[in-house]
Write a new protein. Sequence first.
Length: 215
Amino acid sequence: MDVTKALMAVAVLAVAIAAVNVITTITQIGKVSGYYSSPIETGNATLIVQGTAAINFSNNFINWSTGYIISGATYAYLHTNYTAGQVSTYSSGGCIAPTCGALWQNISSGLRLQNVGNNNVNITLISDKDAAAFIGGTGPVYQWALNYDGNGTSCVSGLIDTNYANVATGSVRTECGNFSYTPNNLIQIDLLVGVPGNSPAGSKVSIITATASVL
């Protein structure tokens, strides 16, 4: 019986010594491997913003309403922002409505285009009609001119038709290079229409399409 107790005591002692060795080994491994954390740790958050090319006409409708050319006049010119020195086609006998025209509305703002995306873009314009198809009659006039409305550096590479230029059917024109997406950057597209005295009666509609392409 005494021998058995002695053997059990030796076994318990051996187990205790083994446990101490295991704890000591784990502690040493933790120290060697850097298991103990630093008092300062960092994390991070990440995402990707996708680039978009998006433009918007804040004013996309011009309506001079209904009118006619008064007796003795050969032309009536309708406009959104007329400057005499900018008109490249001006017939003698024509004048700015309502002097030579009656009832047409006075329009003081052209089409207004804004970059609402998050990329600088190039802007092209195209019209579905030229002067003959839009107005008709003898020697009609249909022109556009572009100017800044807001930030004068909206087009980093500059505007092209800053003076009135004839609108051609189906002709794609790059009118603004590197149009910035900075807030309040606007381009105004002004129109000048010359209605000859023999322009056919009826509704006149022309569609101007602006397209943005990422640089």
